[in-house]
Design a binder for this molecule. Structure first.
Ligand SMILES: [Zn+2]
Ligand SMILES: [Zn+2]
Length: 358
């Protein structure tokens, strides 16, 4: 199978015996990206609800962005759907409070949950549907992070960030026009998460040498190819260029897909993600709002490249990391942030993150 030339939608349900010796397979049944995808959304909801009740989960922003349209389309198509709207005035957090609220209020005869949103809505809906033992699908509203195609949720439980087991969405659907209209800072964050793959792959190389891990060249090529497309036109991130937004969404989805194919997070997450998670944790502990995942990851990538540069003399042969200057330049081209101070990380927390953020 020539996986490097597949379209995003062709990844759904894929399964192949790879030259690396592994059988790679992905349990997401549908990935849809394009214009005018309302019929696809209706069809998927119809299929996975099997005629039962649907709960469409949104917050105020995502309801306006696309949730209202999705709900109207469901009702017009005769589907039995209601909306659960998170009404938090501040940024919605995926914490005990919001998860508990949804679990208390969700009717117990729901057959399918439909998340309309990005990171937080997807993480909460994934967990609640998993606990309810019902399927869920996600309608994406921003290309801001790589968690759509993941089986775990990043949740804040008792003021600490945890990775909690859930399940994969049955379908991931994204309307090109909706993503294109996503807030600029979310697209920049998505670009930052994409750039993080560069250090994730270097970490994987190190894992092969130091820990004798297995690495799949096909998966590495899939990630590299998707990242390369985004890098080529980093400038376009600044003005929500349609093709660039499509490339960023594709790269983020492929990142998620490759983690599924490889059955671990190596292809898309390394030390840059550990730093990002540490900074998030510190902000939560201090009751401060933390940066978007991709913003922290982009900045974390600059820091990790600098660490690789400092460690150059002691690194095993064959480990090649981009220079911090190159990553900084890419992020700046895209209008994204490059320094921990820009997201409120203190000097002390920064130093601690280098020691403990792993
Ligand atoms: Zn990420
Ligand atoms: Zn392989």
């Amino acid at each position: 199978m020539d996986v490097l030339n597949l379209k995003l939608q062709d990844f759904s349900g894929m399964s192949f015996d790879c030259d690396c010796g592994m059988k790679h397979s992905l349990e997401i049944e549908q990935i849809v990206y394009g214009q005018e995808i309302t019929q696809d959304i209706i069809q998927a909801a119809h299929q996975y609800s099997a005629g039962g009740k649907i709960l469409t989960v949104c917050d105020q922003h995502t309801y306006k962005a696309f949730g209202k349209n999705v709900q109207e389309a469901f009702l017009n198509a005769g589907l039995d759907s209601s909306v659960y709207l998170f009404t938090s005035m501040h940024n919605l957090l995926p914490d005990n409070r919001q998860i508990g609220k949804l679990l208390i209020e969700i009717p117990n005869d729901i057959s399918l949950m439909v998340a309309v949103g990005s990171g937080v809505i997807n993480d909460i809906t994934r967990l609640v549907s998993y606990k309810m033992k019902i399927p869920y699908m996600v309608v994406c509203t921003a290309p801001s992070m790589d968690g759509y195609a993941s089986a775990t949720s990043s949740l804040i439980i008792d003021s600490t960030k945890n990775t909690i087991t859930g399940h994969l969405p049955k379908a991931i659907l994204a309307d090109e026009n909706v993503l294109h209209k996503a807030p600029g800072h979310m697209i920049k964050a998505g670009f930052g998460d994409v750039i993080g793959k560069l250090t994730a792959l270097v970490d994987w190389d190190l894992g092969v040498i130091v820990l004798h891990e297995q690495k799949c060249p096909v998966i590495v090529s899939m990630v590299n190819q998707a990242v390369e497309k985004c890098i080529k036109n980093a400038q376009g991130v600044r003005n929500n260029d349609k093709q660039v937004v499509a490339n960023v969404f594709e790269a983020l989805t492929i990142a998620g897909v490759t983690m599924g194919l490889n059955k671990n997070t190596r292809p898309a997450s390394g030390a840059e993600h550990h730093l990002a998670h540490y900074w998030d944790l510190k902000a939560i502990e201090q009751n401060k709002e933390h940066a978007l995942h991709g913003e922290s990851v982009g900045i974390g990538t600059v820091v990790i490249c600098r660490l690789y540069e400092l460690a150059k003399k002691v690194l095993p042969q064959g480990i090649q990391c981009p220079s911090p200057g190159y990553i900084t330049e890419l992020l700046q081209k895209a209008g994204a942030m490059v320094s921990p101070t820009q997201i409120g990380v203190t000097r002390q927390d920064f130093e601690d993150s280098l020691v403990h953020g792993h």
